[in-house]
Write a protein that binds this ligand. Structure first.
Ligand SMILES: *Cc1c(COP(=O)(O)O)cnc(C)c1O
Length: 410
């Protein structure tokens, strides 16, 4: 076990060791603490635990040793190599949740109240967008949606809506991959005294660290690249204001009951150890595949921020280590070509979601968005021939062979 004082200089050293505590029974890995409650030696000890005079676990909705390792690792990864205003290493607190959506709900409900507004971009993860459309209005919280790639529009919105309390970013965004400038928007929000939160799911802390630019909160769906193996749903809320995180945010999570569970937390901890190694492979494969597809006669367009032809290429270079491993292509042959390509796949997996070892392909027009009228889905950029791809870690030549044979003659 690494000494607590060890000054990690590399991301993977930190990802492997950070947050690990010596197990009382000397188990190498932190076990799955499948226990709903924790016991006390005496009534007095119970009192001290409940009054927070003594650290210790009470009830797994409030905390569990397996969650703690995941939380400490996540916070350490998001703070890696960053110093605070006084020059000391940045510290943050993470709260592990049942899902990305549970973490986002805790973020909103711990920070916003009736009468508040939230400023965001029109391209967001569907669940987040629906929460803003269908859940927040019932609580008296309104979302102001503008194109946050346009800083003038963002500033106009901040001026016109003094009740905006938080600016909510997601970059790269699901599913369009649109990126927004975290540094510029955080500086702007700071000028108007607003909080900033960023969904960092697509990038992961290895590719992008929003705390570098001063955002207040980071959320993740850990279901994707952080877990990396598609074995568990999970989410995390990470904040720099430790006081807020240990009071309001923690209380909100505990009372809403959006906690994780020990088995999923264990799978996440083990997945996260290899995040850098996996992301390097995912991203390396993605660049090769994007270059191949850009020259393919069946492909009208490749949406990938790693291609100089993409409008967000320079922004991605500025705020991300690599442009990630999610891309979409538009097939010239439309709906029929999309279906045919999907049906011909021999190696890649036909499914939604992203961030697993295998390459995942999804055809929104015949799958996730089948029921959505054509005009409506096209407004979101989901055309008939759009295929979304989460590039996996297979040997790249095998992915290329599969794409070649499935696109042949289309
Ligand atoms: C998947 C996803 C979510 C939601 O996470 P769940 O774990 O499915 O609840 C939120 N944001 C982004 C960007 C996602 O990709």
């Amino acid at each position: 076990m690494a000494n607590k004082e060890f000054p990690f200089t590399g991301f993977t050293s930190l990802a492997i060791h950070a947050g690990h505590e010596q197990d009382p029974n000397y188990a190498h890995l932190t076990p799955i603490y499948a226990s709903s409650t924790f016991v006390y030696d005496t009534a007095e000890q119970g009192m001290r635990r409940f009054s927070k005079q003594e650290e210790g676990y009470i009830y797994s909705r409030w905390g569990n040793p397996t969650f703690t390792e995941a939380e400490k690792k996540l916070a350490a990864m998001e703070c890696f190599g960053i110093t605070d205003a006084t020059g000391k290493p940045l510290v943050a607190k993470a709260l592990l949740h049942a899902s990305g959506m549970a973490a986002i709900s805790s973020l909103f409900l711990s920070n916003l109240k009736a009468g508040d507004q939230i400023l965001s971009h029109y391209s967001l993860y569907g669940g987040t967008q629906e929460t803003m459309d269908k859940v927040l209005p019932g609580l008296g919280i309104e979302a102001v949606i503008v194109d946050l790639r346009d800083l003038n529009k963002a500033e106009e919105a901040l001026k016109a809506h003094p009740k905006i309390k938080m600016v909510y970013l997601e970059t790269p965004a699901n599913p369009t991959l649109q990126c927004v400038d975290i540094e510029a928007l955080t500086t702007l929000a700071g000028k108007y005294g607003k909080l900033v939160a960023c969904d960092n799911t697509f990038a992961t802390p290895y590719l992008q660290q929003p705390f570098r630019y001063g955002v207040d909160f980071i959320v993740h769906s850990t279901t994707k690249f952080l877990n990396g193996h598609g074995t568990a749903i999970g989410g995390v809320l990470i904040g720099r204001d430790i006081e807020f995180m240990t009071t309001r945010a923690e209380k909100t999570m505990q009372l809403l009951g959006g906690n994780s569970n020990p088995f999923d937390a264990f799978l996440l901890v083990n997945g996260m150890r290899t995040l850098e190694v996996r992301m390097e492979r995912h991203c390396h494969n993605a660049i090769e595949i994007a270059n191949y597809l850009e020259g393919h006669p069946a492909v009208a367009k490749v949406n990938f921020t790693g291609l100089p032809s993409h409008p967000d290429f320079y922004l991605t270079t500025k705020q991300m280590r690599h442009p990630g491993a999610i891309m979409s292509i538009e097939l010239k042959g439309g709906l029929e070509a999309g279906k045919q390509m999907m049906n011909r796949l021999l190696l890649c997996t036909r499914t939604v979601s992203l961030g697993t070892c295998d390459t995942l392909l999804c055809h929104p027009a015949s799958m996730t968005h089948y029921g959505v009228p054509k005009e409506q889905r096209e407004k979101y950029g989901i055309t008939d021939g759009l295929i979304r791809m989460s590039i996996g870690m297979e040997n790249v030549q095998d992915i290329l062979i599969d794409l070649e044979q499935s696109l042949k003659g289309l």
